[in-house]
Design a binder for this molecule. Structure first.
Ligand SMILES: [Zn+2]
Length: 176
């Protein structure tokens, strides 16, 4: 089974009108089709880590535990969610990329992941929570210098931490 680092899709609240959202959605589809999105991603990742856009992955983005590849989803549902919020698609794409790059450049990622899996095996909920939150905070800290829009990146990561805290809370029942 492939181990993976998950990233909760950050959504900045505040819904705009559906007509505007429709136009924004169409523009995002076009940006994906024309390779504009690839340019935004490459502008952040450079040659440091390869990536693929795969619309059928389970989470919005993740990096393999061995750091060999970053995956981005950008499914229609993801795009609709972004379209309905007043956030820039480019800022969103580049913040996700900088966050994943933060994981890629984290010298502790592999050992943290090993510990996360250990905590799951030994049913250590507190250890699991601590390690996952630490892993996400580290991606925020390390990736920040690569984010073109740092204000947005901070907002994005703050939301990511909230999503993780919530998801981990929901997983508590799976532990003893
Ligand atoms: Zn992450």
């Amino acid at each position: 089974m492939k181990k993976r680092t998950v990233l909760g899709l950050a959504v900045v609240t505040g819904v705009v009108g559906s007509l505007v959202a429709g136009v924004r959605y169409a523009n995002m589809k076009k940006a994906l089709r024309t390779g504009e999105v690839d340019g935004w991603i490459q502008g952040v990742l450079g040659d440091i880590v390869p990536y693929e856009i795969k619309s059928d992955i389970e989470v919005p983005a993740f990096i393999k535990d061995d750091k060999s590849m970053v995956y981005f989803r950008f499914s229609d549902a993801d795009l609709m969610t972004i379209a309905m919020n007043p956030q820039s698609f480019k800022d969103t794409v580049q913040s996700i990329a900088a966050h994943e790059l933060g994981h890629a450049l984290d010298p502790e990622l592999e050992s943290i992941q090993e510990y996360v899996h250990h905590c799951v095996r030994t049913q250590d909920y507190d250890g699991f929570r601590r390690q996952v939150m630490d892993r996400e905070q580290r991606a925020w800290d390390i990736g920040r210098q690569y984010a073109p829009n740092k204000k947005f990146f901070d907002k994005f990561n703050k939301q990511n931490m909230k999503v993780y805290a919530m998801q981990i809370g929901l997983q508590k029942g799976a532990f003893k």
